[in-house]
Design a protein around this ligand. Structure first.
Ligand code: HEC
Ligand code: HEC
Ligand code: CA
Ligand code: CA
Ligand code: CA
Length: 451
C-alpha cells in the first residue's frame, strides 16, 4: 500500500496536496533519524542518518550518559556532590525514557526532582527574570549528600486518589502527589517556598527541537487568543548563560531551558553536583571555587548524545486513522502540533531539513488549577506547561515497566488518566474526549498507544 502511494506521488510529483503522503511520512516520526524498534531499547539507538564522525561522538556521549560519578578523589568520574539527586544521567532517564514514580520512598529510588523558589511576593526577582532562589537551597532540592555532608531535605511522596465518571457511566480514578518535605532539623518547608515535583522526561529526538527555527515555533503561538478558540500558546523566554541574553526556551516541562548544552551542563551541576564550564555553582546559587570538575568536552559529548538519539517509528499507524481523526477533531492537535520541519542551520547535519512528528508546539499552555504548581519559571506562570511531545508514548511502559507515569510529575498511570487531567485551555478538549462513546475513546487511545 505504502509503496503504491509513493509511486503515485512520484508520478504526480505533488508532495503537498495528496492526502496519501501524510500517511507515508507519518511513519518517519523523526524524519531520517527514525529507527524501527519497539523493544525496551527503543530509545537508545543512534539516529539512523549519522555519518561516521557523528556516530563516533554519539558513542562517546553514550559513555558519558552512563558514567556513574563518585566522591573525589577517584581516578574515574570524581566530583559527585557535596549534595546531589542521583549519580548518573541514565540513573534518572532510565533507558533514555522516564524515571519511575515510587510511593513513599525517598526520591533517589524514584528519580524525581523537586524544584523550589520563593514566591514572587517576596519581590526579589533576579535580574535575569528567573525564579527566585531560596537562600541556602537554590532552585532545586538535593535530597542526597556524599558521606559527611547533609542533604538539603528529606522528601516523601504519597498519592491522593480521587474518582470520577464519564457521561456514559464508566468510572475512573485519578491520583495526585502529596509531598512531605522535611528540613534536616525535622521542620516542614516554610510556606513561602514554592515547590514543583518533576519527573525525568524521555531524552530521544530532542536535537530536532533545537533544529527548528524560532519563527516555526512562533507561527503556532497565539498569546492573546485572537482566533477565539480558547487556546493561546505562549513562548517562554529564558536566560541563556552561554549567550548571556534572553532567548526562546524549548526544554524541560516548562520550556525553561534554552538548549541541550545548557540542559546537560545544568544537570551535571544541579542533579549530580558535578561542576563544569557550563554551570558552576552548588545550586544554592554560590559559584564554586576551583576548577570545574569535568571538562567542556565531556559536557558536549553528553549533549551530542541527547541531540542524536533516534526516534522510534510508530507501530502500524495506518491502522489508527480513526483514532488520529478523533485526535484532530477533539482539538488535541491544536497544542500537540502533529509535525514540524527543521531548517538548515543546525551544526549537526543529520538534524537539518527534517520533517518530524513529535505532536508538540513547544509552547506554554495554561493547563488549569489541577495541574498547576504555582511556581513561575521565567515567562511560564504557575499554571503553564510546555505541550508534552507524544512520540514514543506507547513505548513508555515497555522501556520502564510498571514504574513510569505520565505528565510532569508522573501522576497519570495511564495515557487515559493524563487526558483526564487536562484543564484550563485544554478543558474543552478533555470534555470532548469524555463525551465520546467508549469505542471512540478506545480508538483515540489506540492511536496514542501506537506512537
Ligand atoms: C535526578 C534525576 C536526573 C538526573 C541525574 C538527570 N536528569 Fe535530566 N531531567 C530530570 C528531570 C526531572 C527533568 C525535567 C526537569 C524540569 O522540568 O525541570 C530532566 C530534563 C532533562 C532534559 C530535557 C528533556 C526535554 O524534553 O526537554 C534533558 C535533555 C536531560 N534531562 C538530560 C540529562 C543529562 C544529559 C543528564 C546527565 C548529565 C541528566 N539529564 C541527568 C532528571 C534527571
Ligand atoms: C491547550 C493545549 C493542549 C490540548 C488542547 C491538549 N493537550 Fe495534552 N498536554 C498539553 C500539555 C501542556 C501537557 C503537559 C502537561 C503536564 O505535564 O502537566 C500535555 C500532556 C499530555 C499527555 C501526557 C504526555 C506525557 O508525556 O506525559 C497526553 C497523553 C496528552 N497530553 C494527550 C492529549 C490528548 C489526547 C488531547 C486531546 C483530547 C490533548 N492532550 C489536548 C497541552 C494540551
Ligand atoms: Ca562536586
Ligand atoms: Ca539546592
Ligand atoms: Ca487561539
Amino acid at each position: 500500500m505504502k509503496k503504491i502511494l509513493v509511486l503515485l506521488l512520484i508520478v504526480s510529483g505533488c508532495m503537498e496536496s495528496s492526502t496519501g503522503i501524510v500517511e507515508v511520512v507519518r511513519d518517519q516520526s523523526g524524519g531520517e533519524t527514525t529507527i524501527l524498534d519497539r523493544t525496551s531499547q527503543a530509545f537508545t539507538a543512534p539516529a539512523s542518518n549519522l555519518n561516521d564522525a557523528e556516530l563516533e561522538q554519539h558513542l562517546s556521549g553514550d559513555l558519558e550518559f552512563e558514567s556513574v560519578f563518585v566522591t573525589a578523589p577517584s581516578p574515574l568520574n570524581p566530583g559527585l556532590g557535596p549534595t546531589f539527586n542521583h549519580t548518573a544521567c541514565n540513573g534518572c532517564h532510565i533507558s533514555n525514557g522516564r524515571g519511575a514514580t515510587v510511593v513513599g520512598e525517598d526520591l533517589l529510588r524514584s528519580q524525581m526532582l523537586v524544584r523550589v523558589s520563593l514566591s514572587d511576593e517576596s519581590g526579589m526577582i533576579p535580574a535575569d527574570g528567573g525564579p527566585i532562589p531560596v537562600p541556602g537551597m537554590g532552585l532545586q532540592i538535593q535530597d542526597h549528600a556524599v558521606f559527611g555532608e547533609t542533604p538539603e531535605a528529606k522528601i516523601t511522596l504519597n498519592w491522593i486518589e480521587s474518582s470520577g465518571e464519564y457521561p456514559d457511566g464508566t468510572t475512573y480514578t485519578l491520583r495526585q502527589p502529596d509531598l512531605d518535605i522535611r528540613l534536616p532539623d525535622g521542620s516542614a518547608l516554610p510556606k513561602n517556598i514554592r515547590t514543583s515535583l518533576r519527573q525525568p522526561p524521555p531524552v530521544f529526538g530532542l536535537g530536532l527541537f533545537e533544529a527548528v527555527s524560532e519563527s516555526t515555533i512562533l507561527e503556532n503561538s497565539d498569546p492573546d487568543d485572537r482566533d477565539g478558540d480558547g487556546i493561546s500558546g505562549r513562548p517562554n523566554y529564558v536566560w541563556s548563560t552561554e549567550r548571556k541574553e534572553k532567548v526562546l526556551g524549548r526544554f524541560s516541562w516548562k520550556a525553561n531551558v534554552y538548549d541541550l548544552l545548557e540542559q546537560t551542563g545544568g544537570a551535571y551541576n544541579s542533579d549530580m553536583g558535578v561542576t563544569n564550564p557550563i554551570a558552576n555553582n552548588d545550586d544554592a546559587g554560590n559559584p564554586m571555587d576551583g576548577p570545574p570538575e569535568i571538562s567542556r568536552q565531556r559536557v558536549e559529548d553528553a549533549t551530542f548524545y541527547a541531540q542524536t538519539l533516534a526516534v522510534p517509528a510508530p507501530f502500524n499507524i495506518d491502522a489508527q486513522e480513526r483514532g488520529r481523526k478523533l485526535f484532530v477533531k477533539m482539538d488535541c492537535a491544536k497544542c500537540h502540533t502533529e509535525s514540524m520541519t527543521s531548517d538548515d542551520s543546525h551544526p549537526i547535519e543529520a538534524l537539518r531539513n527534517q520533517t518530524f512528528f513529535a505532536y508538540t508546539d513547544l509552547l506554554l499552555h495554561d493547563m488549569g488549577p489541577g495541574l498547576a504548581d504555582g511556581r513561575r519559571d521565567y515567562e511560564a506562570s504557575g499554571n503553564e506547561w510546555r505541550t508534552a511531545p507524544l512520540w514514543g508514548l506507547g513505548l513508555t511502559q515497555t522501556v520502564a515497566p510498571f514504574t513510569s507515569g505520565f505528565l510532569h510529575d508522573g501522576r497519570a498511570r495511564t495515557i487515559e488518566e493524563a487526558i483526564l487531567w487536562h484543564g484550563g485551555e485544554s478543558k474543552k478538549s478533555r470534555e470532548n474526549f469524555k463525551n465520546l462513546s467508549k469505542a471512540d475513546r478506545q480508538s483515540l487511545l489506540d492511536f496514542l498507544q501506537s506512537l
